[in-house]
Design a protein around this ligand. Sequence first.
Ligand SMILES: [Zn+2]
Length: 468
Amino acid sequence: MTSTPAITVLGAAGTVTGSSYLVESAEGGRVLVDVGLYQGRKELRLRNWAPFAIDPSHIDAVVLTHAHVDHSGLLPKLVVEGFTGAVYATPGTAALTRIVLPDSGYLHEEEAAFANRKGYSKHSPALPLYTRAQAEACLDQLREVSFAHPSTVAPGIEVTFGHAGHILGASSPSIRLTGTGHRVVFSGDLGRSDHPLLVTPDPVAANGSRLDVAVCETTYGDREAPEAEVADVLEAVVSDTARRGGVVVIPAFAVDRTEMVLHHLDVLVRAGRIPAIPVFVDSPMASAALQVYRRAARSGDPEIRPELHGTDLFSSLDLTETRSVEESKELNTRRGPLIVISASGMATGGRVLHHLANRMGDSRNTIVLVGFQAPGTRGDRLASGERSIKLLGAERDVAAKVVTVPLSAHADRSDLLAWLRSGPEPQRIVLTHGEAEASASFAEHLVDEGFDAERVIVPEVGRRIGLV
Ligand SMILES: [Zn+2]
């Protein structure tokens, strides 16, 4: 079978979730790069239930850029609906995907059970998008491929993973169509060069001078990251709250952001800049991910910054990881000073909700928000200074201090531009994975920086870009 080589944008257009692209080779090879879950607003979440744009049984392989569910979370559904091929991922991504997807299945089951209890689903009974068991079953299809090792994943399609520096395992896949010589590179989610644990993103792979398309994320395409020193902000917050005998509650994404926060706290304790008050990580998924990061550091994984090789991460902290629901609830009765780090990062769900409900009415306490807060989420409302928030069924006053720490796992505008300039000039640049304004703003910025406007594309979902 032959076809026209092309890439098609299947998700993450005008939004930061639901990443997915189809790559087709002249030899008829079909590969999905990412198969991400939509998150956030209801109209986005409903898209998770829509049929795939392409029959899953006609896809040869999936390539995952990283383990976050907005890039991997529809994989179980793809498999349930007939995809039988291999899922290529770096070892770090494979390890974290094994944690993240079963958890996602569990959350979908919980959501369906909740809808059934409340009777608000129009389906009776409400069904989960997929179950934990279905998520576990699809993990058998994972195939680990190291960074910088080209591998053929489908007829005429070869993939090489470059470091993206966003979370452990995160990659920017470079895809070569071997029959026609086309090359397409996907940024995946790009990290910042100052990630405290991970090595900096690789330049756009320079294997060959040709680059037909660069698909680039634009989460922060409209802004520069503030220069504020994360460590200084955390030092002030923890010291002040500890002095008041208060509790620092940090809603944090279970994978990577928790590690970043812990590492900063570890460095501050080591330097004597904050007292060694008890730190609790209250998220089973975060604890599982911590193990993966710890193992990577201890074993000298090349993704980890060389100065951390062979070390025990976070070892200066008085750190407790709570597993059971009882242990989690028991934290509510503890008096400060202490620090609780719990998911989810935008306070949209998870155990952090009961910590917030329990602690935010007390002015001695501090809520620390780290990283991107999607519009309309509780995290966003707290960050913008709302003094009353609906939480666990009740409207609650916010008396605690709310502090935002610019601890981002995403490249800012300058980083994105630098990445695009780090290899051969792309014939076309496709901007995705951003709110519409962020993508549009970055497109304008690229033109200001001398890129030809005709070559910069901000696509709609479904846009097919032929390779000529
Ligand atoms: Zn991500």
